[in-house]
Design a protein around this ligand. Structure first.
Ligand code: ACO
Length: 315
């Protein structure tokens, strides 16, 4: 398959580090050097589904296709207002498509897992065009009293349209169950039969463990693919990594021995928008002319689970 269109949508509300320090014991002087984040876009009066639908429509427009051309929709989402139906169903109606839609929850690695599922559908000859939409509002998962976590995240949606082609050179997925490092727990409706203790817990993160995992998993997934394909890190033109923390990106870059110019970033202005991060960055690079047809791209993401993945593709 190949990507023929991209789109993204982010909330209009910008929250700077200085705004956070008005109600949290934090500061730009702490946040920026440790994360590379200056501000993030946060959902206020928008609905995540509307951002997702807008990103999808932009991707379709960019691809020169209409909703009726899409055979399958894959939506990557960790949380939204609906428990059911799936966000993919809402997006399907919102863009006026009639094809099947599924949701996946692979945390921040969702775009890579969605690409893998799409590739399998192309290989099986089941589809001509696929729409992937990654839509996330992690700012609704964190406690805004917890400076360890809430300063890191922003919201948004990114989308990609895929059609038949041989541009995907390899995909590597990795899962290593470590559910105490990064998690959130919600309580469900009580029943007369529930006897266990239940408690909602906002997003919890062991930051340094996540940092180490992120570097090891992302550089490992990319190096695995490069080895499999007989390629060197030099043969990649652009590394589009999950935008969680500039220090994580820089450490992965050091492991790969590559120049900063190959690593476009938007973490400074977006924060970490979970699985939407990679496709938003892809869309920005597509629209601002950084990507040229024929360029070799490595995309890589990591997140709760732990789940990670990488893809090497020709643009
Ligand atoms: N402002 C001020 N002080 C803070 C803040 C804050 N926002 N957050 C934590 N601190 C304090 C801590 O309380 C601690 O204080 P103490 O020493 O008095 O106990 C001190 O700063 C140091 O805290 P550390 O956690 O050791 O700081 P560290 O240098 O590890 O940086 C960070 C923390 C930025 C979270 C880092 O560990 C990191 O980036 N980890 C990866 C996080 C990540 O990428 N998560 C998401 C990936 S997966 C996904 O995308 C869902």
């Amino acid at each position: 398959m190949k990507i023929v269109g991209t789109g993204s949508e982010i909330p209009k509300k910008i929250v700077t580090n200085d705004m956070l320090s008005e109600f949290l014991d934090t500061s730009d002087a702490w946040i920026y050097p440790r994360t590379g984040i200056r501000h993030r876009h946060v959902i206020s009066d928008e609905k995540l589904e509307d951002l997702a639908i807008s990103a999808a429509k932009k991707a379709l427009d960019n691809a020169g296709l209409s909703a009726s051309d899409i055979d399958f929709i894959i939506c990557s989402n960790v949380v939204n207002e609906y428990i059911t139906p799936g966000l993919g169903c809402i997006i399907q109606g919102g863009i006026g498509a009639t094809c099947p839609a599924i949701d996946i929850n692979c945390a921040c690695a969702g775009f890579i897992y969605a690409l893998d599922i799409a590739e399998t559908h192309f290989q099986a000859g089941k589809v001509k065009n696929v729409l992937i939409v990654c839509a996330e509002e992690p700012t609704r998962m964190t406690s805004w009293k917890d400076r360890n976590v809430c300063v890191l995240f922003g919201d948004g949606a990114g989308a990609a349209v895929l059609t038949a082609g041989d541009n995907i050179k390899g995909i590597k997925l990795s899962t290593a169950s470590a559910t105490d490092k990064l998690y959130q727990i919600r309580t469900l409706e009580p029943t007369p039969y529930i006897t266990k203790q239940e408690e909602s817990i906002s997003l919890q993160m062991r930051g340094q463990d996540v940092f180490k995992f992120a570097v090891k998993a992302s550089s490992g997934d990319i190096k695995y693919l490069l080895n499999e394909l007989g390629m060197s890190p030099d043969s990649i033109d652009h590394y589009l990594l999950h935008q969680a923390n500039i220090r994580i990106i820089n450490t992965i870059r050091d492991f790969l021995g590559q120049p900063e110019s190959k690593f476009p970033t938007n973490v400074e202005t977006h924060g970490n928008s979970s699985s939407a991060s990679c496709p938003i960055l892809l869309d920005e690079c597509n629209r601002n002319g950084i990507l040229k047809r024929g360029d070799m791209l490595a995309l890589s993401a990591f997140g709760a689970g732990f789940m990670s993945g990488a893809v090497i593709m020709e643009w």
